[in-house]
Design a protein around this ligand. Structure first.
Ligand code: ZN
Length: 466
């Protein structure tokens, strides 16, 4: 009996571990998002209620929460304690969002270098959830959040995706690069509950046919992924004369990187469904997305306060102060993402949210193999290998050849460059063998005043390889 029980526990433990590992390979929003505690429900309800508020009421909400965050940071976060002192800034006296303009902007490098001082002293270490990202910039960062932060973040996503009918019970197909299960790497697909995960590392004629069949029997309602990944998938489908997935399919949800007309065109052509954009970040200072009627990005005023740093007449850098992460508050954080001029309301849905039509700053990260296949780069890495570097970049101007540029920090030694390359190759799966990599160590990083560092500096045009 005990043996049987032991076996039962073991087998369930294996299943649970496999599921957990799979979920942990999904983007962070999925990983910590699958939590429906009281904060999640409360925040979702609040978003639904407050989306009907007028502009005055939303601005009053923002001022109240901006002031509360500043007071909290001044009392609990060492970095801001000394910053406020240095600038003679008194948070309790803030009367208008403009009052924060006396404070300097916060950039990615400062967050990288001062991460310990940016953590709130009154959040117990065991409550901190580390979230790693190199984003699309190649500058590794760790952001600390709490369960409450993650629940609010996930509720924001559920609210946004809900605009085209998504609920957490909906069946979805999720595209990613490297799929792992236990020790197995680079699986072509996996299934977890109501999510079917497909690997973009397997986009070949043979697998496209298999994926289409898998989806036909799975009957998903939504496809989720990066615009270039889903556009490449649709291009393969078109080349195979496949033009539908399942009658159950209702929409496509795209993580906003640069979204091009041709990508939307090919997705609509092949799949014939509506498309929703989602713009967010691990740093959690801004979250935005399209609405039921308009493709413009609507910024959630409840999520954070956004400033538009003017770069020229028509381009602004998004600068965010997030309201949902008190564990590591980021105040006036430069996202590196650029947008067009914002309006204060969406005429189509009537929400008094800031909206803009274009976002720029997140190029689709892809590499081209020697046999001219497109490979998505979604780094699924052991982030400890990035500990002693300031930044890395993959540079490509010839199919099948890539330079891995590394800007070392203190304590770096060359063995680490090999480990970084090993991790990158692991993320690329079998495609890695079709690319020759050269490691190049770079001199100190020049500071970059505007725009975003790019993890992939791709000089080849993806359209020539579709
Ligand atoms: Zn709208």
């Amino acid at each position: 009996m005990i043996d049987l029980l032991k076996k039962f526990i073991e087998s369930n433990w294996v299943i649970e571990k496999a599921v957990r590992e799979l979920v942990e390979r999904l983007p962070l929003r999925f990983r910590y998002g699958i939590s429906y505690g009281p904060t999640f429900r409360h925040w979702l309800g609040f978003l639904k209620e407050s989306e009907k508020w007028d502009r005055d009421r939303l601005e009053a909400y923002q001022l109240e929460h901006l002031r509360a965050l500043l007071i909290y940071a001044g009392n609990n976060v060492p970095y801001y304690q000394s910053l406020f002192q240095e600038y003679g800034f008194m948070p309790e006296k803030v009367q208008s969002p403009k009052d924060i303009e006396v404070l300097p902007y916060l950039d990615r490098r400062t967050v990288q270098e001062k991460k310990q001082q940016l953590i709130s002293a009154n959040v117990p270490a065991r409550a901190l959830i580390p979230l790693y990202t190199s984003g699309t910039s190649g500058v590794p960062l760790v952001i600390y959040a709490t369960k409450e932060t993650e629940e609010k973040h996930w509720a924001t996503i559920v609210d946004l995706w809900g605009r085209i009918g998504y609920t957490p019970k909906t069946k979805v197909v999720f595209f990613t690069a490297n799929i792992r299960r236990g020790k197995k790497e680079n699986l072509p697909w996996n299934k977890y509950g109501n999510t079917l995960v497909l690997s973009s590392n397997y986009f070949s004629d043979e697998w496209i046919d298999k994926y289409v069949e898998l989806m036909a029997s799975f009957e998903p309602e939504y496809l989720i992924g990066f615009p270039h990944t889903i556009a490449v998938f649709c291009s393969h489908m078109r080349n195979r004369s496949r033009n539908s997935i399942s009658r159950s399919l209702k929409g496509v949800i795209l993580y906003a990187e640069n979204i091009y007309e041709w990508q939307i065109g090919i997705i609509r052509d092949v799949l014939g469904v509506r498309v929703l954009y989602d713009y967010g970040m691990v740093e959690k200072v801004i979250h935005a997305g399209s609405c039921e009627h308009s493709v413009a990005f609507h910024l959630y005023p409840q999520y954070g306060f956004t400033e538009y740093l003017s770069l020229n007449d028509s381009t602004y850098e998004l600068v965010g102060t997030g309201f949902i992460n008190y564990a590591m508050p980021l105040i006036r954080y430069k996202t590196g993402d650029l947008c067009s001029k914002a309006r204060k309301v969406c005429a189509k849905c009537g929400r008094y949210y800031d909206t803009f039509t274009e976002i720029d700053g997140r190029m689709g990260d892809y590499l081209i193999t020697a046999d001219e296949h497109i490979v998505s780069v979604y780094l699924d890495t052991d982030f400890s290998v990035l500990e002693h570097i300031q930044r890395f970049q993959l540079y490509q101007d010839l199919p099948g050849r890539v330079e891995l540029k590394i800007w070392p920090a203190d304590l770096f030694h060359f063995g680490e460059a090999r480990r970084i390359l090993h991790e990158i190759k692991r993320s690329l799966g079998s495609n890695a063998s079709k690319i020759r990599f050269d490691i190049i160590l770079m001199d100190n990083m020049k500071s970059q005043t505007t725009g975003k560092y790019r993890m992939v500096d791709q000089r080849l045009n993806i359209r020539n390889f579709l």
